[in-house]
Design a protein around this ligand. Structure first.
Ligand SMILES: N[C@@H](CCC(=O)N[C@@H](CS)C(=O)NCC(=O)O)C(=O)O
Length: 221
């Protein structure tokens, strides 16, 4: 990165996913690891996230946030984009390739993530509703539509558009939310794509760091 200020991000003090890496600080940690930028983490409780001090950083009272000197950002997409612009390795130099990588970041967040989040909402927040069982297959089908289309585009390629980029980082992060559902297994090339992302040393470091918050153990050296 161009600046030497060590950024500080926020993460859950108690991660509801029990350290499975699904909270959105993981994608930010991953981006920081990819560009080799050291960072600090401030852990916040659910109560503190809703306090004015945190809302000054994040109007919606959520994590992650990112502070670097007098710059404060929220929204994981904006944060990863900022990191990718400052560091090397997440956005190609060629202007068109760079614009396409950014397009994939938006596609991950705006087109692929929403139906996946909908599945989590219906599972965890609407399970007691009388219409839950009818809604579930509809939500799953909307996810399948996106997975089928993404799988067709990826084909046999390693990454979505040439070399690994912030677009892949975001897409893999989004798809990881589906792992436990088994839905990814229907698309072997997407499974392999996600596995390639998870195998990256930068991802592993990010995963271990967020897990350490949950276990209380320092990340393995
Ligand atoms: N669109 C936001 C979503 C942020 C978000 O939903 N954060 C979750 C953790 S992954 C959160 O803070 N949830 C607690 C809450 O909303 O109270 C982003 O990408 O950063």
């Amino acid at each position: 990165m161009q600046k030497t200020i060590t950024p500080t991000i926020t993460a859950f003090e108690r991660s509801p996913d029990r350290g499975r890496g699904l909270a959105r600080d993981t994608r930010v940690r991953w981006a920081l690891e990819e560009v080799g930028q050291p960072y600090e983490v401030r852990l916040v409780s659910f109560a503190a996230m809703k306090e004015p001090a945190h809302r000054a950083l994040h109007p919606f009272g959520q994590i992650p946030t990112y502070e670097e000197g007098d710059l404060a950002l929220f929204e994981s997409g904006a944060i990863v984009f900022h990191i990718a612009q400052r560091g090397a390795g997440l956005l190609p130099d060629d202007a068109h390739a760079r614009a396409r990588a950014i397009t994939w970041m938006f596609a991950a967040l705006n087109t692929v993530e929403p139906p996946i989040l909908d599945l989590q909402t219906t599972k965890f927040l609407e399970g007691d509703k009388p219409w839950h069982e009818q809604r579930l297959p509809l939500v799953r089908d909307r996810i399948r539509d996106r997975l089928r289309e993404l799988s067709a585009r990826l084909g046999n390629a390693d990454w979505l558009d040439g070399a690994f980029s912030a677009g892949d980082l975001m897409m893999v992060s989004v798809l990881l939310r589906l792992k436990a559902s088994g839905m990814l297994d229907e698309y072997p090339n997407l499974c392999a794509y996600v596995a390639r992302g998870e195998a990256r040393p930068a991802y592993q470091r990010a995963f271990e760091a967020q897990l350490a918050v949950f276990t209380g153990q320092p990340p393995a050296a």
